[in-house]
Every structure is written in C-alpha cells, then in structure tokens.
Design a protein around this ligand. Sequence first.
Ligand SMILES: O=C(O)c1ccccc1NCC(=O)[C@H](O)[C@H](O)COP(=O)(O)O
Length: 217
Amino acid sequence: MYPRVKICCISSVNEAAIAVKYGASALGLVGKMPSGPGVISDTLIREIAAGAPPAVATFLLTSETGAGGIIAHHDLTRTNTLQLVDYPDEQVYRELRAQLPAIKLVQVVHVLDEKDIELAQRAATYVDALLLDSGNPNLEIKILGGTGNVHNWKISRMIRESVKLPVFLAGGLNAGNVRRAMDEVGPYGLDLCSSVRTGGKLDEKKLGEFFNEIYRA
Ligand SMILES: O=C(O)c1ccccc1NCC(=O)[C@H](O)[C@H](O)COP(=O)(O)O
C-alpha cells in the first residue's frame, strides 16, 4: 500500500490546491509556534480548512498543551484534525476526547533517543495517530517541527512496530530519501515541509519529483 502524504506548512488557499492536485491527502496548517518557518494566522488556517475538498484532512498544528488552550485554538480554526506538537499531560487527551469527539488527534513524538519509544507507546493509548518528527522540545526556545532534519529511523521503526495505530514519518524527507524511509520505517503516512519549497513557497517541480518517487515501480 502506498503511504498517505501530508504536505505541511501550507501558507495559502492556492498552495492547498496545488498540494491536493499532486496527491496530498492531508494539509498541515501551522499555528503560533515558539520557532519555525511555517507559521500562518489562525484566520488563514480557518479559511484554508473551510475550503479543503472532501476526503482531504486538515491538520491544525498547535503548540498549546492545556485542554482550554487547545480547544480555543481549534475553535478559531475549525480543522478536522489536531496535531499536538508539544507534550500535554495525559488528562488533557481525555478532556479533548470529551469536548471534541469528532476531531482526530495526532500526537507528534520528537525522536531523540530510545526513551521516546515508551513516550510514544503511552501517547498511543489516547490518540488516533502518531507523527514521528525531528524537533526538540527540551531546548530553551523549543523546536517543534519544520527542521528539515532526519532523525534515527531505527527508533522510528521500533515505535511503528510497537503500536497499533497509524504512524506518520516526518523530518527531512525529500525525493532522494523517501524510498529508503518507506523501506526502513514502513510508515502509514509521510509528512514534509522544507524539501518541497523554494524561497519559502511550495515548488510544483519538487512536489512532482517527491510524488513520482513514491509511486515509481
Ligand atoms: O514549520 C514550522 O514552522 C513548524 C513549527 C513547529 C512545528 C511544526 C512546524 N512545521 C510543520 C511540520 O510538522 C513539518 O511538516 C515537519 O516538522 C517536517 O518538516 P521538514 O523536516 O521541514 O520536512
């Protein structure tokens, strides 16, 4: 089965249409973050999410960690999926399920070392999918995604094998490494931002090359 592809850091209605045209089944819409290149306003996130065609998932990336903050952020943007890029307490997942029962929850795990396997397994009991990325939430100014860096795929593979829910792989994916990523990790989905952009804008040539790599025989 081919992996689903989520194109992240979408910055306009036009970029959303281009990503869908090339085969994206999910759009990543980055809300306020402590750092990173892909942040857009909540008003624009709401506009892009409202205009996405049926069967295309819209992910709000939120750095909020409290239930109230996450729900308020979702209320402003109205996506069908929440991507939690920082680590909330376990009680927060329960509150999100109770308050937003129709919204899919995706927990990002920043793969730094083998301790993250246990962290991923714990989060997996509460959410609909995991997304394994290359940020670092332990820094004074947190890095929560959009790094363009690959992490240790051996650990990602171990996480993928140890949980039952869909796992997206992110972090430095590009046309040159995506086939190896698919072989080595076996993810349900792929998520990318930096490698399909030129000067910050979505680049159709790079997007085409990336999708061609996935679908080539
Ligand atoms: O791009 C950002 O500004 C950003 C900031 C904080 C969290 C996530 C962010 N980007 C979105 C993503 O989740 C990326 O698709 C993911 O990190 C992979 O990015 P890349 O390594 O550049 O392909």
